[in-house]
Design a protein around this ligand. Structure first.
Ligand SMILES: N#Cc1c(-c2ccc3cc[nH]c3c2)n[nH]c1N
Length: 241
């Protein structure tokens, strides 16, 4: 099943990058198809205006609803369809998580609505909610200038989980935040040479003793998670008091 990805933005060239790297390969293999659209193509004035002053006053500009609605009609259609996932990156959105990426990896269609200026007229989101499955999501607690970077990050997090995308799906199981890691951060990784600039690979990893190696890795994951992400430690993870 091919996943169709659409991107609506006033900077559609942001998404040219999706033609390279692994995503390019996935497109070639028919796993995903990518369509980037310039929102200004749905304007009708000579300046191709997509923004206006905020009702109620305030700084900055707000994206007008009309171009979005006409773009939706042409790109998605005018009939409700809950199988279409419409993502609005927003600083006021719910934190985007690995579990959200996992859920979206089985979607047949995802449409990213990339706002700029101060944001998009809220009626656009309300209309989309009446038609499709909408996700207002945030990458994190910092401010970007628009939704494009978030759309790219979410795309990578989702598409790499699409069955058939990763050459070795087993590698997904041991990553940070994966279910296989019990939500823990990934342990430190090493490869050859064994000694590098006076720094050595931990001996246990060279022991060939799989049980000891597994314990060392689990202990390191717990240590790192407790140190860096106490918010993820909603249980003791077997940490001795
Ligand atoms: N996702 C996300 C965001 C944003 C964001 C998203 C869309 C727009 C449209 C205008 N400004 C935006 C900022 N800022 N910080 C995040 N984590």
């Amino acid at each position: 099943m091919t996943m169709r990805l659409d991107y609506l933005s006033i900077f559609p060239a942001y998404f040219d990058v999706l033609d390279i790297s692994l995503l390019g390969k996935a497109a070639v293999n028919g796993l995903v198809e990518v369509h980037a659209h310039d929102l200004r193509d749905w304007t009708h004035d000579r300046h191709r205006t997509v923004d206006d002053t905020p009702c109620g006053g305030g700084a900055g500009m707000v994206m007008k609803p009309d171009p979005w609605g006409e773009a939706f009609d042409e790109i998605i259609g005018t009939e409700p369809d809950s199988s279409v996932h419409v993502i609005f990156p927003s600083p006021s959105g719910a934190p985007f998580t690995q579990s959200a990426a996992q859920e979206l990896s089985s979607a047949v269609r995802i449409v990213f609505c990339c706002g700029r200026y101060e944001g998009i007229d809220h009626r656009v989101i309300d209309y989309a909610r009446s038609m499709w499955t909408v996700h207002e999501v945030s990458l994190g607690d910092y401010v970007l200038n628009g939704g494009e970077v978030a759309a790219l990050a979410i795309t990578e997090a989702v598409v790499r989980l699409v069955p058939g995308f990763m050459g070795n799906p087993e590698s997904l199981a041991e990553e940070s935040f994966s279910a296989g890691q019990d939500g823990l951060l990934e342990y430190p990784l090493f490869t050859r040479p064994v000694s590098w600039r006076g720094l050595d690979v931990p001996e246990v990893l060279m022991s060939g003793h799989h049980g000891r190696i597994a314990k060392w890795r689990r202990d390191e994951s717990v240590r790192l998670t407790c140190e860096r992400r106490p918010d993820l430690t909603d249980s003791d993870f077997g940490v001795p008091h």
